[in-house]
Design a protein around this ligand. Structure first.
Ligand code: AMP
Ligand code: GLY
Length: 425
């Protein structure tokens, strides 16, 4: 079978790498792909949001399975378009993807189906949003309704900061139409975990737990980013907590989608805050997380392709996934200046030295090839991912690999996985 993976980040490199190990995948394409995916998949010069072009390509090449990485094409309805053309596609349709595409939809859905989440209000008018901030007090969180490339959430320490954030989103239209509505919500205190689960719209199969590192600097300081590193499993997610999340979040999610008449197939990613009052949902995403997918794929033993096919055919019930007992840690190497402005086209050295290391993968995120050399082409450049007998050993191995790689301006967090160590003996 021919497989098409859509996207060009570390997540897509990890998915392509995993799919390439499947005996069912005879030929893989990645659109647009990157030099990392190109080691296993033929790159196709089509953007992830070019739905018409991708559909034409998939029909021409007789693609048997399309896997959609990013949220933008999902929210735009790529899965509906592909399914209507008789193509098998992994990912929810436009309606289901609203769970990520609209924070207002997501909050209303959580309230309707009794999924634990922060108390909130939804506003179209600035004065009403400001009044709510004054009523609730700080700290408080302001969220633009629509997609804003992960930048539409502002955690505010003071009422003043919250009012400034509201003005930026609603008056200055920093995120365009994504800011026509805002959600203002209660600040939740606790440790975060990413729970990704596969679903065919009927059954739900959780993946191994993971934890992301959203802030740019060590000790969770500085601005939010797309994610500076991740590890799996997340020891804070004990079996007990996982069952609670299953019962209070995942099952109500899929039952709710069915009640809404939405057949949700693909990944549901719940960003969870583990609070003193139990797990609460910060957000839902309609896709694999990045960088979480990098350590998760390194721990997955089972073939992912038949599971994806079972999801499309609504036959997930009874399917299991086998995992490596070992832990995996991913350290993101970012361009100087990221998450602000950064330069591109900077040569990367040391990638050839990674091959000598066992159970280490360097997943490409923002890279490209220029006259036979790999250069940077984005903010998050590489995801150095290692598997080891414990989180401690996986951390050690990942940073050993990091030490081999360099490019001008490169920066990364030195404390990825540290939070997990307090749970390890
Ligand atoms: P989101 O895109 O909604 O997950 O928000 C991005 C990040 O902002 C989350 O990963 C949290 O670190 C933080 N965040 C979002 N909502 C809240 C909240 N209600 N309380 C505290 N932190 C939050
Ligand atoms: N790592 C966060 C995300 O994928 O949204």
């Amino acid at each position: 079978m021919k497989v098409l993976v859509i996207g060009s980040g570390g997540r897509e490199h990890a998915l392509v790498w995993k799919i390439a190990q499947s005996p069912l995948a005879e030929k893989i394409y990645c659109a647009p792909g990157n030099p990392g995916t190109a080691q296993f998949a033929e790159s196709v010069p089509l953007a992830a949001h070019d739905i018409a072009g991708l559909k034409k390509f998939a029909l021409e090449k007789k693609i048997g399975l399309t896997v959609v990485g990013p949220e933008v094409p999902l929210v735009a309805g790529i899965a509906d378009e592909f399914a209507a053309a008789g193509l098998k596609v992994f990912g929810p349709g436009r309606q289901g993807a609203q769970i990520e595409g609209s924070k207002v939809f997501s909050k209303n859905f959580m309230t309707k189906y009794d999924i634990p989440t922060a108390q909130s209000g939804t506003f179209r008018r600035l004065d009403e949003a400001v009044a709510y901030v004054k009523e609730m007090g700080a700290p408080i969180v302001v969220k633009a309704d629509g997609l804003a490339a992960g930048k539409g959430v502002v955690v505010c320490r003071t009422e003043k900061e919250a009012i400034e954030a509201l003005k930026l989103i609603m008056e200055k239209k920093e995120f365009g139409a994504a800011g026509d509505q805002v959600v203002v919500e209660e600040f939740l205190d606790g440790e975060e975990a990413s729970i990704l689960a596969l679903t065919d719209g009927i059954s739900i199969l959780p993946l191994a737990s993971a934890q992301d590192h959203k802030r740019v600097q060590d000790g969770d300081m500085g601005p939010n980013t797309g994610g500076m590193g991740a590890y799996s499993p997340a020891p804070i997610v004990t079996d007990h907590l996982m069952s609670e999340i299953d019962v209070t979040v995942l099952k109500p999610f899929i039952d709710g989608m069915r009640q809404e008449g939405i057949s949700y197939k693909g990944v549901i990613y719940a960003g969870i805050m583990v609070t003193k009052k139990g797990p609460k949902v910060l957000e839902f995403n309609c896709r694999f997380g990045d960088p979480e997918t990098q350590p998760i794929m390194m721990r997955m033993k089972s073939d992912l392709v038949p599971i994806m096919e079972a999801i499309i055919d609504e036959k997930l019930d009874g399917k299991m996934i086998e995992w490596h007992e070992q832990a995996a840690v991913c350290v993101v190497l970012a361009a100087g200046g990221y998450p602000g402005k950064y330069e591109k086209g900077i040569p990367i050295t040391g990638l050839d030295r990674i091959d000598q290391l066992e159970n280490v993968m360097v997943f490409h995120a923002g890279t490209k090839e220029e006259s036979g050399k790999i250069v940077s082409a984005g903010g998050r450049v590489l995801g150095v991912t290692a598997r080891g007998d414990s989180i401690k050993f996986a951390i050690k191995k990942a940073y050993q690999a990091v030490d081999l790689i360099s490019f001008k301006g490169m920066h990364y967090r030195k404390d990825i996985g540290k939070k997990a160590l307090k749970y390890e003996r």
